[in-house]
Design a protein around this ligand. Structure first.
Ligand SMILES: *Cc1c(COP(=O)(O)O)cnc(C)c1O
Length: 380
């Protein structure tokens, strides 16, 4: 191997990537400190058995941290699965829709919901209870505008549409059918009424760690509805029965998830503190949008704006390219929006520090003034 090139924390840029995304510096420092060997273990987390006492402890602590942060009681199991959030698009209908003769009711609020619907249709009937297509997924429904079917197997929602940047502002209540929520891009960003959900899930690599693990919080009574005959590893009961160790789990990803949970609790004031921090960061950027006289045109309607993914357009694609390139020169990277929405997307997850958002805000204000000064000079 060639000799390692040492890097330092001072070399880090402000990373606005939608995922995998920025991690807390404190978490990376801890990983770095413990990487040669876990304290008292003599081997690295990258090397130990998933059946070792050291990993027993990590798994237990990570479950306990999540239970504490989310307020998960005995009615729900917490599972650590693989296959990303995308595998849940299939596992949910396989376990909760197949053979029920009912429909899965979807609140279609953006790209991720649409992807989930495609998979659900392979397992059974789907009813779209609300569709935001008419306004290009820039808003969320009022609960009264949602038209559920008679007795849905479950109601499915996406708490934060990562690509469009629309986020439910509260935990909605749609009656007795189990509520299923994809919380991949705002997991652990704010308190959640977890008892309202039958199944609440998130991949870790947006807001809670690295790729490789997906957290599924599932109400125990739903486990009894899973049909027999599913492939063993796609049956939630397999993972519940085996404490998320039916096979080799993603050991390192679970370790990092545990560290992030610990950081949220000890450094950020738990989910209430995290929510205040996230609201303050998002406000800095939305205030710039609102004061820009339309130069920065937000995608999301004001009452559905995401605190995690701030999406907006500039007047023209050339200008957007210039904006992204200029930001990168200042060390503000990965700001290009998703191709389906275009424009700019600033992902400001839990671990994005206030200083990063302040730097972006300052850049936005300067970019607009410089542009408008050039335009004025061109006219005179
Ligand atoms: C990123 C994302 C997904 C897909 O996650 P994978 O782990 O890549 O499968 C699903 N839903 C939402 C809301 C996301 O943001």
């Amino acid at each position: 191997m060639t000799e390692a090139k040492r890097t330092t924390f001072a070399d880090r840029l402000f990373n606005f990537s939608p995922g995998p995304a920025v991690l807390p510096v404190e978490v990376i420092e801890r990983i770095q400190a413990e990487l040669p060997t876990l304290p008292g273990v003599g081997s690295s987390i990258l090397e130990i058995s998933h059946r070792s006492p050291a990993f027993d402890r990590i798994l237990e602590e990570t479950v306990a941290e999540l239970r504490g942060l989310l307020g998960v009681g005995n009615d729900h199991e917490i599972l650590f699965l693989q296959g990303g959030a995308s595998l849940q698009f299939s596992m949910i209908p396989m376990n909760l829709l197949r053979g029920t003769g009912r429909s899965a009711d979807f609140l279609l609020t953006g790209t991720w919901g649409a992807t989930a619907i495609k998979e659900a249709r392979k397992e059974g009937a789907v009813h779209v209870a609300w569709d935001g297509a008419a306004t290009r997924y820039d808003r969320l429904p009022a609960v009264a505008d949602v038209r559920l079917s008679d007795a849905p197997a479950y109601v499915y929602m996406t708490s934060n549409e990562t690509i469009q940047g629309v986020q439910w502002q509260t935990d909605p209540d749609f009656g007795p059918a189990p509520l299923v929520c994809d919380a991949s891009s705002d997991f652990l960003s704010r308190p959640v009424a977890i008892d309202r959900y039958g199944l609440f899930y998130a991949c870790a690599q947006k807001n809670a760690g690295i790729a490789g693990v997906t957290v599924v919080v599932i109400r125990r009574d739903l486990l009894e509805r899973c049909p027999d005959g599913l492939p063993t590893m796609l049956d939630y009961r397999t993972h519940a029965t085996n404490g998320s160790r039916a096979n080799t789990p993603p050991v390192f990803a679970i370790y990092v998830l545990g560290l992030v949970c610990n950081w949220v609790r000890e450094r950020m004031g738990g989910l209430p503190g995290m929510a205040r921090h996230n609201a303050a960061k998002a406000k800095l950027l939305y205030d710039v949008l609102d004061a820009s006289d339309g130069f920065y045109a937000g995608h999301a309607r004001a009452d559905c704006r995401s605190t995690m993914n701030v999406t907006f357009r500039l007047p023209g694609e050339e200008l957007e390219k210039e904006f992204v390139a200029g930001a990168a020169r200042r060390g503000l990277v990965d700001l290009k929006g998703h191709r389906s929405v275009g424009g700019i997307r600033a992902s400001i997850y839990n671990a994005m520090p206030m200083a990063g958002v302040e730097a972006l805000r300052d850049y936005m204000i300067e970019f607009q003034s410089a542009r408008q000064a050039t335009a004025a000079a061109g006219r005179s």
